[in-house]
Structures are given as structure tokens and as C-alpha cells.
Design a protein around this ligand. Structure first.
Ligand SMILES: [Zn+2]
Length: 346
């Protein structure tokens, strides 16, 4: 869905952008992969933020309000929670407090429970009793891995590093998801794997490299193995091309126009049915803000830089620890020849 070509205007008079999809990807003269994702301008970001539509939660005055949980607990591998009927938060304001970063950081079950008490459950299944949610811990963890893999793919494209690892993680996860759906039986490849296979067959840039890795065998695990083989040998330019294509094909959320018969106006609203959808939207929004969550190489905490400038470490403390270690290593290296000389003389 790319309505931009038809030139509609949002309620603010700004052009509307609907999703990180159907956007052009090209290689410029410097052999850099460019996508529209990186070229979003400020006013388009504002257009993104206009309206958020929500079905399953409270909706008032075109803004969306979401419920936290009053209480959350784990029972027999399921995470239960009771929605707090007296409190609600507004999704736009929530974004500035980065719930997606907190979710990506939830390591233990207790971390998950804390998250749910603050932000509510990932979803409310129809089978759940009124005012409650019951989802397996496994579902929480699977979605967490998915969100991490999507974030990693976008980050690799924007930061220009770790492309092979991000692509491997994204594909492996798609295969795991497919395996879980087919309960371990032989299965058809996932759409992600088919998408990448198609990219490798169709793209003139990656094709010469990839031909021998396009497996005729339809068995999913074998195709995955050949794609991983391709990743291990592909150039960075080809990897970036593949990542850009996958983002264009797979990173999408639905938005639709809503009309108001009284004022005769239309507005655009994202269809965010669950907190899961909202967290995905937050990762996309972080990509548009060039502030994607990243992992601190020192303490492995996921953090979001406060500015658009990339920050490597989560805190001055971690930056200092790393610098001190590097300094000590360099000093050891400098002293090594002297040591060697003194041993020889002694
Ligand atoms: Zn750190």
C-alpha cells in the first residue's frame, strides 16, 4: 500500500506515510544501499505520529489509551495478569519512555512481570476471562526474539555493521517459527526464507554470487543451510541489498483511513490491536528517529541513545571499563618486548 503517489494530505496538511514498506531501495554511486527508510524527513515523522487507532483497548478522542496491569503472576508456564481498570496511559507519551527497550531487556520472568504491570500484557486472547490476560511465557519469549531480530536487521542497515549476523539471526528465527508451527514435521520454507531466496534469484547485484546457493530442494532446513552458506561468503554490499529487500518485504504494519461524517474529514490510523503491534511500531518509529535500541558491548544491556548520534555504550561507566581494559592490554603489549629482552639477558 503506497498512497503517497496519490498525494493525500494528513489532517495537519502534511503528506502521509503509511508504513515502512513498498519503499525504493537502490545502490548509489558509492555502492551504499539507500532506502527511503533512511531518507524520511522530519515532517514525515510527525505525520507518522498523528493518529494511532486501537481496537482492543480504550479509545477516546482519536488518541489511544492502553491499560497497565494491576497484578501479574506466573502459573504453570503461563503469564497471567489482571488489567487495571482504573488507570490508562497514552501510547504516544509511552513511546518517549521506551517500553520496547524495557521489553527487549526483560531477562527473567520477574522482569516480564514488572513489564506487564507497567505496560500491560502483550495481547488479550479471546479465551481469557474478562479483564484478564493469559499467555504462555514461551509466547512472550518468542515475540521478544522476533522483536530483537527485526531491530537487529534495521540496526545493521542503519549502522552499517553486523549485517551477516543480523541476517543469520532473522532467518534462523523464521525457520524456528516455521518449525514450531509444523510441530517438528517436515515443512515448507517460511515466507522469510522464500523471500530471501527470491531476492537472490531476482536481484542483479546479488545474483552472480548467489546462484549456486539457490537450492532446488523445497525442504526448509536445507534451503536455510544454503542461505546461511551464502551469507557467510557474500560481500557486505550484497548482504545490505538482501537486508534492504527483506525490510521492505517484511517490516509492515497496517494503517487505514478513517472518515468523520460530521466534519467531512479523513485521518489515518495505525491498526494496533495489541501491545505486541505497538512494540513493533515503536521499533519502526525508533528506526525513523535513527535511535534504534542497541546492545551495550560491555554489559549486554539494551539501551536507546538519547540523541540521534550513535552511542556505543549504555553508560559512562561501561565506556570507562572498556577503555581501561584496552589501555591495560596496550600497556601489556608495550611491555612484552622489554620483558622478553630482560628474560634473555637474565
Ligand atoms: Zn553497559
Amino acid at each position: 500500500m503506497d498512497i503517497r503517489g496519490q498525494g493525500p494530505k494528513g489532517v495537519s496538511g502534511l503528506p502521509l506515510i503509511y508504513a515502512v514498506q513498498n519503499q525504493t531501495t537502490f545502490i548509489d554511486e558509492q555502492q551504499e544501499v539507500q532506502t527511503e527508510l533512511l531518507l524520511e524527513s522530519e515532517h514525515k515523522l510527525e505525520a507518522y505520529r498523528l493518529d494511532i487507532g486501537v481496537k482492543d483497548q480504550v479509545k477516546e478522542d482519536r488518541r489511544s489509551f492502553w491499560r497497565p496491569a494491576r497484578d501479574a503472576w506466573v502459573d504453570d508456564d503461563f503469564l497471567w495478569c489482571e488489567l487495571d481498570s482504573t488507570h490508562a496511559y497514552e501510547l504516544m507519551q509511552a513511546y518517549s519512555r521506551a517500553p520496547h527497550v524495557r521489553f527487549l531487556n526483560a531477562k527473567s520472568d520477574d522482569d516480564l512481570l514488572d513489564f506487564v504491570v507497567t505496560w500491560g500484557p502483550l495481547a488479550i486472547p479471546e479465551s481469557a476471562p474478562v479483564g484478564k490476560s493469559r499467555l504462555s511465557i514461551r509466547d512472550y519469549r518468542l515475540f521478544q526474539t522476533e522483536l530483537r531480530a527485526t531491530n537487529g536487521l534495521l540496526l545493521a542497515l542503519q549502522e552499517g555493521k553486523g549485517e551477516g549476523q543480523a541476517l543469520t539471526q532473522f532467518l534462523t528465527l523464521a525457520e524456528e517459527r516455521q518449525q514450531a508451527l509444523s510441530l517438528g514435521a517436515a515443512h515448507m520454507p517460511s515466507t522469510t526464507i522464500l523471500n530471501l531466496q527470491m531476492i537472490l534469484q531476482d536481484d542483479p547485484l546479488v545474483q552472480p554470487l548467489a546462484r549456486r546457493y539457490v537450492d532446488k530442494n523445497t525442504e526448509s532446513t536445507r534451503i536455510l543451510a544454503s542461505l546461511l552458506g551464502w551469507i557467510a561468503s557474500a560481500s557486505v554490499v550484497a548482504l545490505r541489498q538482501a537486508i534492504a529487500h527483506l525490510i521492505n518485504k517484511e517490516c509492515q504494519l497496517t494503517a487505514r483511513l478513517y472518515s468523520n461524517v460530521h466534519s467531512g474529514t479523513v485521518s489515518v490510523q495505525w491498526e494496533l490491536h495489541t501491545l505486541e503491534d505497538a512494540l513493533v511500531w515503536m521499533v519502526y518509529q525508533s528506526a525513523l528517529d535513527t535511535r534504534l535500541p542497541q546492545t551495550c558491548p560491555e554489559c549486554r544491556k539494551v539501551f536507546q541513545s538519547e540523541t540521534r548520534h550513535a552511542k556505543k555504550f549504555c553508560s559512562p561507566k561501561c565506556a570507562h571499563c572498556c577503555a581501561a581494559r584496552r589501555w591495560a592490554a596496550e600497556r601489556r603489549q608495550r611491555r612484552a618486548p622489554e620483558l622478553f629482552a630482560s628474560q634473555k639477558n637474565g
